[in-house]
Design a protein around this ligand. Structure first.
Ligand code: SAM
Length: 285
């Protein structure tokens, strides 16, 4: 007897502000699947109506993810095709969907991305900061002590750092960034991307707070913060990228002296060169 073929789970990106940032493929997929799982069905209704999409919807949000995911995987197994959308942007990127994708993949169901808007990619691409290596940190912890601890662990990271933030916490978050990172690090504040009041401001860590405090409009809306990484010591201090990587890891748990000595042993780099670089890194310069 022929077994029922499993359906496909589509991960469909939706606009992050401008309704026209919706791909032809996204619309076609949403029109043709059996069900659209939405982070918030009421939130997605205007978008779906705008594009004439009348496919049935069902909620999948952080409070019902586990139960809803098992139900959806069962329907996929029966041969139905399902699309997952979140309120805005790419599903799973600081949004629900991870348990569903994991369960679907474990069940051998085909998972198909339908790519499109994503606030972190939009902000990074327009930031003027290096986009070859970056770390997306999503939302930092709400409590200042935990937020500062997270920021502290990133102080020596040479990758461009990207954070999501809401208008409620953006001032506190930037104040914490200013208390941890050197004042001259570049910080790009990208707010309301693709919307009417889109603003992408290039500033420095030491100046960002007064910029927000001096302009109430700069505190409104949705934010992506793009922070310049620590200077790549490899070029200026005579370390290769690999030597610097090893040194940075060891510095997280060892003293400057031990980290430098171990890095020199592991990589074969000159001990004095590594020691000088270790001192700079430990000082956060
Ligand atoms: N899944 C989304 C994506 O692909 O970017 C992110 C969802 S997350 C719940 C919402 C956060 O993303 C906001 O608090 C903000 O930090 C960022 N964000 C979303 N849309 C944005 C926009 N139009 N402008 C700036 N930031 C935005």
């Amino acid at each position: 007897m022929r077994q029922t073929e499993s359906g496909i789970l589509y991960l469909v990106a939706t606009p992050i502000g401008n309704l026209r940032d919706f791909t032809f493929r996204a619309v076609e997929v949403l029109q043709h699947v059996d069900l659209i799982a939405c982070e918030d069905t009421r939130h997605s209704r205007p978008l779906l109506d705008h594009y004439g999409i009348s496919t049935p919807t069902s909620p999948l949000h952080e409070h019902n993810e586990d139960v809803a995911s098992s139900r959806l995987v069962e329907r996929l197994r029966q041969g139905e095709s399902i699309a997952l959308i979140s309120d805005a942007g790419t599903p799973l990127i600081s949004d629900p969907g991870f348990p569903l994708v994991r369960a679907a993949r474990s069940a051998g169901i085909r998972v198909v991305p339908v790519p499109g808007p994503c606030a972190l990619v939009a902000a990074l691409s327009a930031s003027g900061l290096p986009a070859d290596h970056f770390a997306f940190e999503g939302f930092l912890p709400r409590k200042s002590s935990a937020r500062k601890a997270s920021l502290e662990s990133l102080r020596n990271d040479s990758r461009t750092l990207i954070f999501y933030e809401s208008s409620h916490r953006v001032v506190d978050c930037i104040a914490d960034i200013a208390s941890i990172f050197p004042a001259d690090r570049r910080l790009v504040i990208a707010r309301e991307l693709t919307k009417l009041f889109e603003t992408i401001v290039d500033t420095r860590v030491g100046e960002a707070l007064s910029l927000l405090e001096g302009d109430p409009n700069m505190r409104k809306g949705e934010f992506v913060l793009v922070l310049e990484g620590a200077p790549a010591l490899g070029r200026t201090e005579g370390l290769t990228a690999e030597e610097e990587r090893v040194l940075r890891i060891l510095l997280e748990d060892c003293s400057v002296k031990t980290a430098a000595s171990l890095t020199a042993k592991i990589t074969g780099a000159r001990r004095e060169t590594v020691y000088r670089a270790a001192l700079r890194l430990a000082e956060g310069k």
